[in-house]
Design a protein around this ligand. Structure first.
Ligand code: NDP
Length: 327
């Protein structure tokens, strides 16, 4: 007998309204996979790029790679040696089709959730948290001598980035679009909170004309040129997303004119290459939450059936912190 459960399915690319709740077969875990009963699913910007067709995916499409929940079945070859077995609570950013009551994840990508971390917080950490972690620990290693510019300082990645940079002693300048968001960014520890309009001039003033050591830019098209103009000589431009749209092709000669600048376009998957690397990043984050030095803000939780509303809110800049779907 086929067992079914609820999942969000989009039949074809389009606006948020293509995300529809449907009955689907509960997936069978394949070799090396775990089946997880999802307690909370993380909503991330990449799913809007995929849903709309900006990033190519196969349709019908169930979005989502991040969730927390309980392992309910092990696929062939999974023997618990990766530290997780049936009944364990796990969180992950590398799952499949997580906008659903049940989702699959490779056993090696399942992160055991420590006691004391709720399912909601566990679901909020892997993708945005490990992104902020690699940005400040691997892409450009931030220290007390650095001044950093970030954008969308009240967003999911933004709030975590600021806290991680402050914990390393760096100085944070960030941009936001409203007073409420400014308050949140300040509460997370940002030293200077700016509006987008004219931000490059303000950043130059705040750094006595020198510019910042690094920009972490997840807004993309609308901020990229301004971000480059904020860098000190030999500074690094880290373009990690395109919430406002993708950055058009770029003339490398601009790096020369800007002062021997560096530019990089990293992604999370390339920073979770081994079980050891995943455990390092996730343990740092879980430990910081348990120690009370990292606050994970859940901006809003939506019933799974309202995934479309979550996408609308995210793209309309109405959200702060992490968005979750609750099956
Ligand atoms: P956020 O919670 O930061 O939401 C996006 C924010 O971007 C908005 O709230 C808004 O903040 C700002 N923004 C500026 N311009 C626009 C616009 N035109 N439309 C919508 N939003 C805009 O999202 P996430 O934390 O989930 O993701 C932030 C970025 O990080 C995204 O670009 C995402 O793709 C990227 N990312 C990249 C990863 C990687 O490894 N490369 C991994 C994870 C995320 P405000 O109103 O204050 O301007």
């Amino acid at each position: 007998m086929t067992r079914t459960a609820k999942a969000i399915v989009a039949a074809a690319p389009g606006g948020p309204e293509v995300l529809q709740l449907q009955d689907v077969d509960i997936p069978e875990p394949g070799p090396g996979q775990l089946l997880v009963k999802v307690a909370a699913t993380g909503v991330n910007f990449i799913e809007t790029y995929e849903r709309s067709g900006t990033y190519k995916v196969a349709f019908p499409y169930t979005p989502g790679s991040e969730a927390a929940g309980t392992v309910v079945a092990l696929g062939p070859g999974v023997d618990g040696s990766a530290g997780v077995g049936e009944g364990d609570r796990v969180a992950f950013s590398e799952g499949l089709r997580t906008y659903a009551e049940y989702a699959l994840v490779p056993a090696e990508a399942a992160l055991p959730v420590p006691d004391g971390i709720s399912d909601e917080v566990a679901a909020a950490i892997p993708l945005q948290g490990m992104t902020a972690h690699y940005l400040v620990n691997s892409t450009f290693v931030v220290g007390p001598e650095h001044t950093v510019l970030t954008h969308a300082g009240a967003g999911g990645v933004g709030l975590i980035l600021t806290q991680l940079i402050k914990a390393k002693g760096g100085r944070v300048i960030t941009t936001v679009s409203s007073d409420d968001k400014a308050e949140l960014a300040r509460a997370a520890g940002a030293d200077e909170v700016l509006r987008y309009r004219g931000f490059p001039d303000r950043v130059r003033e705040l750094t006595n004309g020198t510019g910042v050591d690094v920009v972490y830019d997840g807004v993309g098209r609308d901020t990229f040129d301004g971000s480059l103009a904020c860098l000190r000589k030999r500074g690094m431009m880290v373009l990690f997303g395109g919430a406002s749209g993708q950055v058009p092709p770029f003339d490398l000669q601009r790096l020369n004119a800007g002062g021997s600048l560096f530019v990089t376009r990293p992604k999370l998957a390339d920073h979770l290459l081994t079980p050891k690397e995943r455990r390092w990043r996730s343990a740092d984050l879980f430990d910081a939450v348990l120690a009370g030095t990292l606050d994970i803000r859940i901006g809003a939780s939506y019933p799974l059936a309202e995934a479309a509303r979550a996408h609308e809110d995210l793209q309309a800049r109405r959200t702060t912190g992490k968005l979750l779907l609750i099956p």
